[in-house]
Ligand binder design. Structure first.
Ligand code: ZN
Ligand code: ZN
Ligand code: ZN
Length: 141
């Protein structure tokens, strides 16, 4: 069961969005995924939890979550459909091997200063970033 006061449900509330059953179900599926999940996996798992939640409703919810910077679509493993990644505290970082497609996750990015500079320079309010480095892993070099 999702804690109603988790940062993600709070972000939904702050944005004036109702915590509908469909939204909470999609959120739980995303959180249980461990951080990476494709849209078809989301559909499949939501359907297992509650078959009455329709496909269109799931896609609308994924769009809303993307809009709220709770998730970001990315294209891992040369997939045709996007993989959604969760944005804990607005950060998500990858190193992707262009040879074997291995994805290395890391926590610290040290981009706080750059974030503040970009906000000043462009007058924007930044909510998060997905950072991807590409290269060759140890084995593929
Ligand atoms: Zn970061
Ligand atoms: Zn590799
Ligand atoms: Zn990741």
């Amino acid at each position: 069961m999702i804690d109603d006061f988790s940062p993600r449900t709070q972000r939904l509330r702050d944005g004036g969005h109702k915590l509908t059953h469909a939204r909470l179900t999609v959120l739980r599926v995303l959180e249980d995924s461990g951080g990476h999940i494709t849209s078809s996996e989301v559909l499949e798992r939501v359907n297992q939890v509650d078959a009455s939640i329709g496909r269109a409703s799931v896609f609308r919810t994924l769009d809303l979550f993307t809009h709220l910077a709770i998730i970001r679509p990315t294209y891992l493993n040369s997939s045709i459909t996007p993989t959604y990644v969760l944005m804990p505290n607005g950060h998500h970082h990858h190193i992707i091997c262009t040879q074997c497609n291995q994805v290395i996750e890391f926590d610290e990015c040290g981009l706080e200063r750059m974030t503040a500079e970009l906000e000043t320079r462009f007058g924007v309010k930044l909510t998060g970033h997905l950072l991807e480095f590409y290269g060759l892993c140890e084995r593929c070099q």
